[in-house]
Design a protein around this ligand. Structure first.
Ligand SMILES: [Zn+2]
Length: 514
């Protein structure tokens, strides 16, 4: 039985349940006779791709395996677990389906191509809303919207701060316009109108499992929706809610497959029992030891450390030697190796001027990218690995699925050293140490404080490093390599040491991170 002719899911990225603290006159009115909760749950990790993917596909992140980096550059093609768009399309070949987003990776890596979804993307939420109003004129059977600026404000000002709450109030007005457009189109009586956040935040980041990160708002309004409180609900339940509303069979629950369910408290006539999943509470993450505190890196290595960035909601260099200039938007997440971590690549990078590379030095950093990573990510360096530019003077460190590559240019040619990960390839957080030894003309790469790979290189390459450009973290020198390929990755704790790290130094560093 088709209960509604139209369903709209309006997603507000990074709102969590913070709208309870902000004036939201439009949403208040839309849901005053509907069902809602400020305590629906995001899924672990409390990150966008994992949760928008969960909503549209109807399963856990461990099942769909989508991440911010992955969906930025890989079209969604999983036929075993199709998105809502595809499930609706299969039942209704003529339906007008639309997805209007600010964060374009959703339209690349979650909504399938080739099934007639009207995909719209715009750079700010006001322009997205213009697109949405245009879509509503076509009386969509299913409309999905993602607004991104509330999350941007959370990363920038801090979640729950006035800057974040003010943006929620601004976005509330846009949601009101969308609702009014359904009224104007004469279809509101036949529309199930849903608002949901993908996650909240804590400090300047999210990704962890604190209350303000995991609890989110879910509001459902429509003819016949029970007025009052929604029971236990998880982001992934959006899929089942939409299918039920449109009268499409909900696939059977499977903890290793489709596991979206209709929460209690929304529909009068829904009586299937809700199976509460067991949630494994992620281990709390360790905070970063202060640089100068006992046991901190400053105490362990003294002034051998020339640059030290913890990426704890900040671009600060703990040694205070350098200032990083941000381009784009480097976002912080709360589930780092220590404290928070920064997301780099297509969306943001840092540039540091004035680092002296004229003597032997070492770099240590932690990387997190996708197991399915194909191609190469430019992690950092002071030149570009781009074709036609890679022989320029300087160095780059590149991450590939099965290896770390150090590329050195001397002006007219270049050389590479490649260090393989174990047989399993890249998986989870990996520590990388690279020492550039000018005395012995060697590049030494250490993976997870263990696998060591040493390559002898012509001294002309090492001597050219100091003639490269600014030190860029998160992309190439021209801030274009990752950007042009939509590549995203996360890094934690970037440390530059004077000289080559000895085995004893590496053991000390390993102990620090244990
Ligand atoms: Zn998000």
């Amino acid at each position: 039985m088709q209960r509604y002719k139209h369903v709209a899911v309006i997603g507000i990225d990074g709102m969590g349940g913070f709208n309870r603290l902000a004036p939201t006159p439009c949403m208040d009115k839309i849901f005053e006779n509907g069902a809602y909760t400020f305590n629906a749950l995001s899924m672990d990790p409390t990150i966008s791709a994992e949760n928008w993917g969960g909503m549209l596909i109807g399963c856990d992140p461990a099942v769909h395996r989508l991440t911010n980096g992955y969906i930025s550059s890989h079209p969604y093609t999983n036929n075993e677990l199709p998105s809502l768009f595809k499930r609706i399309r299969e039942k209704n070949p003529e339906a007008y389906l639309a997805s209007a987003v600010n964060w374009n990776p959703i339209n690349i890596g979650i909504a399938e191509d080739g099934i007639g979804v009207d995909k719209r993307t715009a750079d700010n939420d006001t322009l997205v809303t213009e697109e949405v109003l245009d879509c509503i004129k076509n009386k969509p059977v299913f409309l999905f919207v993602q607004l991104d600026e509330v999350d941007g404000a959370g990363h920038h000002f801090g979640y729950g701060t006035q800057g974040h709450l003010d943006r929620i109030t601004e976005i509330d007005a846009l949601v009101g316009k969308m609702y009014d457009a359904y009224v104007k189109a004469g279809i509101i009586d036949d529309t199930l109108f849903i608002c949901i956040a993908d996650h909240g935040g804590y400090g300047h980041g999210h990704g962890g499992w604190t209350d303000t990160e995991k609890y989110i708002f879910l509001g459902v309004s429509g003819r016949g929706v029970k007025k009052g409180h929604i029971d236990y609900a998880v982001t992934k339940d959006i899929s089942a809610i939409v299918l039920y509303a449109l009268g499409i069979d909900i696939p059977l629950y499977s903890s290793s497959g489709y596991s979206s369910q209709v929460p209690g408290g929304i529909f009068e006539d829904y009586d299937r029992e809700y199976m509460k999943p067991e949630i494994k509470v992620p281990a709390p993450h360790r905070e970063t030891e202060a640089f100068d505190a006992p046991g901190g890196l400053g105490e362990i290595f003294g002034d051998r450390i020339k640059l030290c960035m913890f990426f704890d909601s900040s671009s600060a260099d703990e040694t205070k030697n350098f200032i990083a200039e941000e381009t784009g938007n480097v976002k912080f997440y709360s589930n780092g190796v220590r404290g928070e971590t920064a997301e780099f690549g297509a969306t943001g990078a840092y540039r540091i001027n004035g680092i002296d590379f004229s003597r032997s030095f070492s770099l240590s950093f932690w990387l997190l990218a996708d197991a399915d990573l194909d191609g190469r990510i430019c992690v950092l360096g002071n030149k570009s690995p781009e074709n036609g530019k890679h022989q320029e003077k300087g160095f780059n460190i590149l991450l590939r699925n099965h290896s770390v590559m150090v590329q050195l240019g001397c002006g007219d040619d270049d050389t590479d050293t490649v260090t393989a990960f174990g047989a399993d390839g890249f998986s989870g957080w990996v520590n990388v140490i690279v020492s550039f030894d000018y005395e012995d003309s060697e590049v030494r790469t250490v993976i997870d404080f263990d696998t060591v790979h040493t390559d002898t290189v012509d001294s002309k390459y090492l001597e050219s490093i100091s003639e490269g450009g600014d030190f860029v973290i998160g992309d190439d020198l021209y801030l274009s390599f990752n950007k042009s390929r939509n590549l995203i990755f996360r890094m934690d704790d970037l440390i530059m040491f004077e000289g080559v790290l000895s085995r004893t130094d590496i053991e000390k560093l390993k102990k620090y991170y244990e």
